[in-house]
Design a protein around this ligand. Structure first.
Ligand SMILES: [Zn+2]
Ligand SMILES: [Zn+2]
Length: 183
């Protein structure tokens, strides 16, 4: 009786019908030279392959390879979203002014620099896009607070080229005449 039980566990139950990733086991094949059982597996795409039990059980093979690209792009989309989420928290609120000061790298003229997100290279533009939507073509995202490092959408507004030049001049004045600002 006990011998029978031992034999049963040494010859595991059939894997037919079991799913391993994209594989479904559809039949049993000749055992491998090592004695390990081998199984005919059908991938969700229809491809068939004979795989050793261990390959299936350990998850070494999850598909015929057809899903590798899909999984990779899914993973990179996930990584992209995590990176974006991190980036959108990468500031410190300034309690007096309400500015959200960018903690990442900086680009020209003290603007926060970002890369790899919908073509935006300026942090405040990325924040605007995230909170308010893509800026219409030809419009600039400008600062009410005259703090280029600020990414608080509430301190940003859309402006034309003329507004932009005006804004730059205002910032230029702020740069070498700081205390006189607002006079
Ligand atoms: Zn496949
Ligand atoms: Zn601000």
């Amino acid at each position: 009786m006990t011998t029978k039980a031992t034999t049963a566990s040494r010859h595991p139950r059939t894997l037919i019908g079991t799913r391993f990733g994209f594989w479904v086991v559809v039949g049993e094949s000749e055992p491998a030279p090592s004695g390990m059982s081998r199984w005919i597996c059908r991938c969700d795409c229809g491809a068939e392959r004979t795989l050793r039990r261990a390959i299936l059980i350990t998850g070494t093979s999850r598909s015929c390879g057809c899903m590798t690209g899909a999984l990779k792009s899914q993973r990179s989309k996930f990584q992209h979203e995590r990176r974006l989420a991190r980036m959108l928290e990468n500031y410190i609120p300034e309690p007096n002014t309400g500015c959200w000061l960018w903690l990442g790298p900086y680009a020209r003229r003290d603007y926060g620099h970002v890369s790899g997100f919908t073509g935006e290279t300026l942090a405040h533009r990325l924040f605007w896009r995230h909170h308010r939507g893509a800026p219409p073509p030809g419009l600039h995202v400008l600062h009410r607070c005259d703090t280029p490092a600020c990414v608080n959408p509430a301190h940003l507004f859309l402006g034309t080229d003329a507004d932009n030049i005006h804004d730059m001049m205002a910032k230029g004045r702020a740069f070498w005449q700081k205390p006189a600002r607002g006079a």
